[in-house]
Design a protein around this ligand. Structure first.
Ligand SMILES: CCCCCCCC/C=C\CCCCCCCC(=O)N[C@@H](CCCCN)C(=O)O
Ligand SMILES: [Zn+2]
Ligand SMILES: [Zn+2]
Length: 503
């Protein structure tokens, strides 16, 4: 009886439900919440062609970030001109204020008719990592369409998002859409080299204006397919946190001399042994901490026996699961701070004992660790005073954003995934193993979500920063549709009625 009482709604809850239903705002998932003025996400053939052509044009502009000091600034400026021409309605709308920040990044402020609604932000970046033509099926900056795919650097990371956001807004404005909820669009020009000139400046500007965001959505995760053996169904992973990072330079100095009478150890030998120890001694497995437990719990039901039982009972099977996850580089990255030896420089001439050897190691820090803890672990593993450690760059893992049924950003993404991709039945919170510009916005919101509404297979993941990056025309059009729906869903969101747990 007591149990029955718990699930019976209180009078107050019944009243709440009633008013919510008659006023047409029962929560994000309901039909009623959509209101009568909703604009259907249907696009003409002409519009579909225009969409893909606009993306191809964007890919053709080589907006490469080479390093913190060097980027193709001519291309970055050209990109600014390009989006103004490609989306004339957006850039001429009196609902929208457009500002160029940090010389090349773009901030669009979209006015809402109900200023009592807290704004949100859609983010993306249009700089790309370098790409030489070697190994590519088509030149990386050609934007060529072949077999239904648009090829080129930035097709997935992340010109697709820049163009999809602007394209969706353009199409909405053409249909006389006027948002209720204000929002921002932030398009960064230096994400690939840290975002300090773009995203960080935009964030500072918004902070001086006293802006607080309900949530933001950036790149960083996808609808994943074939990432987990025996899980054939695709699942959408909305990343609610992001690993930290540490670039550590290890250096050994020795007195140079003639190679005909070498010392017992050279700077190269000492440094090689140190970095080898680092590679051979993985950072501790942190499985069991952070949002991964929830991810696996939600995924558990999708597996057949015995995997469902194992994943559903991590209190018992944690050691097995954590060991299995270590075996694959991607799942390994989810359970620990990773150690990647990425640069090694030493030696000046074949017959000279090298005075200096330097190596750079890129650590991606698990959300349950700190930069300081990782530096201490490195010192203990290297355990050689001749090896100096220099922190080149570092930042802590990002806070975990809410993914419960009161988390507006998460709920809106979930609702929009369900309506645009009805075949995707599984939606889970996750950890972003790469870094995004979201870290520059932690002072503006606790709702930081990373999600690209695009299907991704392991081979597509390898193309990001690799070769033959591409997106299917259909995927891109669905991405536009997704943003088109998301913007409208944000207008009609109201908090779901909380579950009643006690009378
Ligand atoms: C049990 C679940 C299995 C989940 C598998 C996860 C698969 C991972 C899929 C997608 C992750 C994509 C991450 C893409 C975001 C990366 C963006 C990026 O490249 N950022 C750069 C920023 C560099 C900033 C300068 N330091 C980076 O991280 O290097
Ligand atoms: Zn990116
Ligand atoms: Zn990238």
């Amino acid at each position: 009886m007591a149990e029955l009482l718990v699930i019976l709604p209180t009078r107050a809850a019944v009243l709440l439900l009633f008013f919510a239903t008659v006023s047409g705002s029962t929560g994000p998932g309901s039909r009623e919440s959509r209101g009568s003025s909703r604009i259907p996400s249907q696009f003409s053939e002409e519009e579909r062609v225009a969409m893909k052509e606009a993306l191809k044009g964007a890919i053709r502009i080589p907006t490469v970030s080479f390093s913190h000091e060097e980027s193709n600034t001519t291309a970055l400026a050209e990109f600014g001109e390009y989006i103004r021409k490609a989306f004339p309605t957006v850039f001429h709308s009196n609902l929208i204020q457009h500002e160029v920040v940090g010389k090349y990044s773009h901030l669009l402020t979209v006015r809402g008719s109900d200023p009592s609604l807290q704004p949100y932000m859609l983010m993306a970046h249009f700089d790309v990592v370098p790409a030489s033509e070697e190994g590519w099926e088509v030149p990386p900056f050609s934007g060529l369409e072949q077999n239904g795919f648009i090829h080129g650097r930035g097709a997935l990371d992340n010109k697709n998002s820049v163009m999809a956001v602007l394209q969706a807004l353009e199409l909405l404005l053409i249909r006389k859409y006027s948002p209720k909820r204000p929002f921002f669009i932030a398009l960064g020009h230096d994400e690939e080299v840290s975002g300090t000139k773009g995203a960080q400046q935009i964030s500072a500007l918004l902070q001086t204006r006293g802006v607080q965001l309900a949530f933001l959505v950036d790149e960083g995760s996808f609808i994943l397919e074939d990432f987990i053996p025996n899980l054939k169904k695709p699942f959408a992973m909305i990343s609610v946190t992001e690993k930290g990072a540490l670039d550590l330079m290890l250096q050994v100095n020795m007195t140079p001399g003639h190679s005909s009478a070498p010392p017992k150890e050279t700077s190269i030998g000492i440094l090689s042994a140190a970095v080898s120890r680092l590679e051979q001694t993985p950072m501790p497995n942190m499985f069991g901490n952070g949002p991964l437990k929830k991810t696996l719990k939600l995924l558990a039901n999708e597996f057949s026996f015995p995997t469902n039982i194992i994943l559903g009972n991590l209190w018992l099977f944690r050691p097995i699961v954590s060991r299995v996850m270590e075996r694959n580089p991607i799942t390994n990255a989810l359970v620990r701070t990773t150690t990647a030896l990425t640069m090694f420089n030493a030696g000046i001439k074949v017959n000279v004992i090298p005075p200096l050897a330097q190596a750079t190691v890129n650590f991606r820090i698990h959300p349950s660790q700190t930069v300081h803890e990782v530096v201490e672990l490195v010192q203990n593993i290297v355990a050689d005073d001749r090896v100096q450690l220099h922190v080149l760059r570092s930042f802590e893992p990002l806070p975990v954003s809410p993914s419960d049924d009161q988390a507006m950003g998460y709920q809106l993404l979930q609702q929009t995934i369900q309506s645009v991709f009805p075949e995707v039945k599984i939606i889970v919170p996750g950890i972003c193993i790469g870094n995004t510009d979201t870290r520059h916005y932690v002072n503006l919101t606790n709702g930081l979500y990373r999600f690209n509404p695009v299907f991704l297979k392991p081979q597509d993941f390898s193309s990001v920063h690799g070769i033959n990056e591409k997106i299917s025309v259909e995927s891109y059009q669905n991405q536009v549709k997704f943003i088109f729906e998301l913007i409208q869903n944000a207008d009609t969101y109201s908090k779901p009625v909380p579950h009643q747990h006690e009378l």
